[in-house]
Design a protein. Structure first.
Lengths: 640, 295
């Protein structure tokens, strides 16, 4: 029994324990422990991450001549460690005071704390199963489990919006699963040797033996399946609302890693097994537009459009969830460049995004815990009441915006560098446009929540308890440390690149080595903090000591400010920008979605009416027409 | 590169930037005075101003983040100066490169935005909203220019770019369109007329600076000196061949900064949305034409 088998047994025991004990208080103490043990197990498996070895599980199933098997390589390990650490943070967060409040508020009204704990472990277990898949069939099974586990988590908030969003998600997910199944069927029936195998290697072989047309449709089916999970354009509509309406820590977990399962599958199928050669071979219309360019542009548009949708949100959770959709674009944009720096940036962004996104979500949930709202027009000035939460959010937004010295900068820098090296000016501008929109939007987030005027009703709230603070601080420590020393995780990235057959990045503790312009974050962060140090010296040692004044002691053009004057500037934060680009938000994708929904419901109504109608004559006529047509067709074939 | 050299770079680069920046402030005031047929301030006026601001008795703070905002604004620029290679001091600067520097330059803005936010004055917040919108406006042409330069010199290291220009010919000769677009973006970046709505004294109580007094204002003054210096030297390094020595670098830097200043005092200002409209149209178009020539 190797380490992977032990890992699976641990997951199974954890699943069993949480299923049985979920309604008892003891589970609150035990659940984080299980995730902690999973982290320990993954650390013990670290050889996979550093040496690029593969662990194959002894557990496998023979069905109809297929051998379904599970394995762990550097890629699986990389995604698994992110999943488990995100789950650990969420589990600690929800197991203390947050859980108590959730029980008090929602238990019996559609919320169920035990089910929430169960949903988390189910999500983790199914994701790990997916990450360990060794062939297309086990991938498909893991895929289905992940979809339904997320659905379970999304319906645990007693609001209509949440239920609606969850159902919308599941419809999308089923459509994606059908696409994946169809792709599998094509692979199976086109196996070159007709051995009917569903090993990953079959993808390459089947592709090589196909014409352009079928190749394109097969790639499209795979793309639809994975893009839906990842929320790539044009399938981005389901994700933000569904994640935002998930109960707090659940949203942090889903937002951090769940949708990256789509990226994981995309890396295996599109990057590793279809490969650059085939992608470039599939030209679409004009000779210079091939599948690689198309995917790169989908990724670029995914960074821009959802980011600017996020800019318009006035609910903190939705704002973050929309950014989650947008950041997925950077990951694909880096990977699709197929070079060492770009793909490393894309892969690293998965980890970086998970860390700051979870931290940000948890901060917003902490604010909701104290104030009861995440509406950005009803908050403000909380920095004096919740200073540590402010710090976590500050670190998180610097990461999300991709500014030095946090980890988001490192991965985005690599993506930019790769676009520069590949001579892609328009994609480069698109990526930067996404970043600039993010800066605007995250400033609005932190300003409207923590800065500005403190409302009267919030004057007595305090910082959140330590059970919630510890995971938040831990995550922000990851954001900072992996930004300061990206070399801590770059070896994992290098093994992943080796595993999936991409050029391997040359790295050191501070960043990456590259002849004409590398990056050394230890120096960069050092210089920045040196600058801050000098700035602090100038500020504190020059000039007389500053006097703190109350926030009402303010310039107000001759008016007196008092508690009942609401002067926090929050609504429609960027009017100048919206005057110009406001008209560009046309909701075209929403409109398209509605068109498809109405068309489908029309067709379904039509069929429903048909088999429910009590007019046998009409049914008879239809049967006769169909029968005559088929006879005519068959005889026509014979006579000619 | 030994320890002493590193130490001297860490200390001298910001110090030189500060002194040169002060002279650029003086130049700016002289230019505006000459355009308006005044004499203008005496040579040491910028220093008097800073001493006055830091020496004030009443210093009003609106909380810790207000202080930290000023520290970030000044400190971010001090860091940026060290990443900007100048003659004789390019050891540490080589660790960063143009992309890192471009993002470093956003940190002071973020710091200032945080500080202003803590002041809880809506006039300040509106100013920040406008300032960030302007950043979105001028950074788009700026980033195309950066891309073009990095592609043309096949390097993201500013040291490498300067070397290339000193061996071949200056960037402005080889990429005239990009250089013009860069100058256009510079006007927005420095917040000079017609793109200065977010700090204009006549608009909503001076916007971001509304709650800044004493050494807080002094911090922003120091930030402005750094900003002018950075703009001049960065542009000179990208397009004017940097400098073999300080004697050749400084005139270029002063010249670069003098151009937007001379233009500025002849213009009124645009509304925020018009700032975006103009900066996304003309310099972007110029920059894209420039890119088409070099790609």
């Amino acid at each position: 029994m190797n380490l992977l088998d032990q890992f699976f047994i641990l997951i199974a025991v954890a699943l069993l324990s949480i299923t049985v004990l979920r309604n008892f208080r003891i589970n609150d103490k035990m659940a984080p422990l299980w995730y902690g043990l999973m982290v320990v197990m993954l650390v013990r498996m670290a050889a996979v991450a550093y040496d690029g070895a593969t662990l194959t599980s002894a557990f496998n199933i023979e069905i109809l001549g297929f051998n379904m098997h599970w394995q762990f390589n550097a890629l699986s390990w990389f995604f698994a460690i992110i999943t488990v650490v995100a789950a650990l943070a969420s589990a600690i967060f929800m197991s203390g005071d947050w859980g108590r409040q959730y029980r008090e508020l929602y238990e019996g009204q559609g919320g169920n704390y035990g089910l929430l704990q169960l949903a988390l472990i189910l999500n983790v277990a199914s994701m790990l199963l997916l990450l360990a898949s060794g062939d297309l069939l086990s991938l498909f099974i893991g895929w289905e489990f992940v979809s339904w586990a997320s659905f379970l988590m999304m319906v645990l908030m007693p609001s209509k919006t949440a239920k609606k969003a969850a159902v919308k998600y599941v419809v999308y997910a089923m459509f994606g699963a059908m696409a994946l199944l169809a792709a599998l069927a094509i692979i199976y029936s086109n196996s070159v040797s007709f051995s009917g195998s569903l090993e990953f290697e079959q993808i390459t072989q089947v592709f090589a033996g196909m014409d352009k047309g079928p190749q394109f449709s097969l790639a499209l089916l795979f793309f639809i399946a994975f893009a839906i999970k990842m929320g790539l354009l044009p399938f981005h509509l389901w994700q933000a609302v569904a994640y935002a309406e998930t109960p707090g820590p659940g949203a942090a977990f889903l937002g951090a890693i769940s949708s990256r399962m789509g990226l994981f599958a995309m890396i295996i199928v599109i990057i590793q097994f279809i490969g650059l050669g085939h992608l470039q071979g599939m030209s679409i219309g004009l000779p210079f537009i091939n599948m690689q360019t198309l995917l790169a542009w989908i990724a670029a548009l995914t960074t821009i459009i959802p980011t600017y949708i996020a800019l318009q949100q006035h609910d903190a959770k939705r704002l973050l969830a929309w950014h989650g959709v947008g950041q997925g674009g950077y990951m694909l944009l880096g990977l699709i460049m197929f070079d060492s720096i770009g793909s490393a940036g894309g892969l690293m962004h998965v980890l970086n995004h998970a860390s700051y996104q979870a931290a940000l979500f948890l901060t917003v949930v902490a604010v909701v815990y104290r104030t009861g709202t995440s509406d950005l027009n009803k908050l403000g000035g909380l920095v004096t009441q919740m200073p540590l939460s402010f710090l976590v959010m500050l670190i998180g937004i610097i990461g999300l915006a991709g500014l030095p010295p946090m980890n988001g900068f490192v991965s985005k820098w690599m993506v930019y560098r790769s676009l520069l090296l590949n001579g892609e000016p328009l994609l480069f501008v698109a990526a930067v446009l996404g970043t600039l929109g993010t800066i605007l939007s995250v400033y609005k987030l932190i300003h409207n929540t923590f800065l500005g005027q403190l409302r009267v009703e919030h004057q007595n709230i305090r910082e959140v308890p330590w059970s919630m603070m510890v995971p938040m601080l831990g995550l922000s420590a990851i954001v900072f440390i992996t930004g300061f020393m990206p070399g801590l995780i770059l070896p994992w990235i290098a093994s992943v690149q080796e595993t999936i057959g991409l050029p391997v990045i040359i790295h050191h503790l501070g960043g990456i080595e590259y002849a004409k312009g590398g990056l050394d974050m230890i120096w960069v962060s050092g210089i920045l903090f040196y600058g801050f140090g000098v700035g602090a010296l100038i500020f504190y040692f020059l000039g007389s000591k500053a006097k703190r004044v109350h926030q009402y002691d303010n310039y107000a053009g001759g008016h007196f400010l008092s508690a009942d004057v609401k002067y926090h500037y929050s609504n429609n934060f960027y009017p100048g920008l919206m005057h110009l680009i406001g008209d560009w938000y046309r909701g075209s994708f929403k409109w398209m979605e509605q068109v498809i929904v109405s068309a489908l419901s029309f067709v379904s109504k039509l069929f429903e009416n048909m088999y429910r109608s009590r007019q046998p004559v009409m049914l008879l006529v239809i049967v006769v027409v169909v029968a005559l047509f088929s006879i005519y067709k068959n005889t026509a074939g014979v006579s000619s | 590169m030994n320890g002493l050299h590193i130490l001297s770079e860490l200390l001298l680069m910001p110090l030189i930037a500060f002194v040169v920046g002060l002279m650029m402030v003086l130049m700016m005031r002289k230019i505006s005075a000459r355009i308006q047929r005044r004499i203008g301030p005496p040579f040491f006026q910028p220093i008097y101003d800073i001493v006055k601001l830091y020496g004030k008795d009443t210093q009003i703070s609106h909380g810790l983040i207000h202080d930290i905002g000023i520290i970030m604004a000044v400190g971010g620029y001090i860091g940026a100066e060290i990443l900007l290679p100048v003659p004789g001091m390019e050891g540490i600067a080589d660790k960063g490169g143009i992309i890192t520097l471009s993002y470093f330059l956003m940190i002071p803005s973020l710091g200032m935005a945080l500080g202003v936010g803590q002041c809880a004055n809506p006039n300040g917040s509106i100013g920040i909203s406008r300032a960030l919108t302007s950043m979105l406006a001028y950074d788009v042409p700026f980033i195309i220019v950066v891309f073009g330069a990095a592609w043309h010199y096949q390097s993201t290291s500013l040291v490498g770019m300067i070397e290339y220009q000193q061996m071949n010919s200056w960037g402005i000769v080889e990429m005239p369109f990009l250089a013009t677009a860069g100058l256009f973006a510079l006007q927005g970046m420095l917040g000079k007329q017609p793109f200065e709505i977010y700090i204009a004294p006549a608009e909503i109580a001076t916007g971001p600076m509304v709650e800044m007094s004493g050494k807080y204002m002094g911090g922003l003054f120091v930030m402005q000196t750094f900003q002018l210096y950075t703009a001049g030297v960065l542009y000179a390094s990208l397009f004017l061949g940097g400098g073999e020595s300080w004697l050749s670098l400084l005139p270029k830097a002063f010249l670069v900064v003098a151009i937007p200043m001379s233009i500025a005092f002849m213009f009124p200002r645009y509304k925020t949305e018009d700032v975006i409209r103009i900066l996304w149209k003309w310099p972007v178009m110029l920059a894209l034409i420039g890119l088409a020539f070099i790609l």
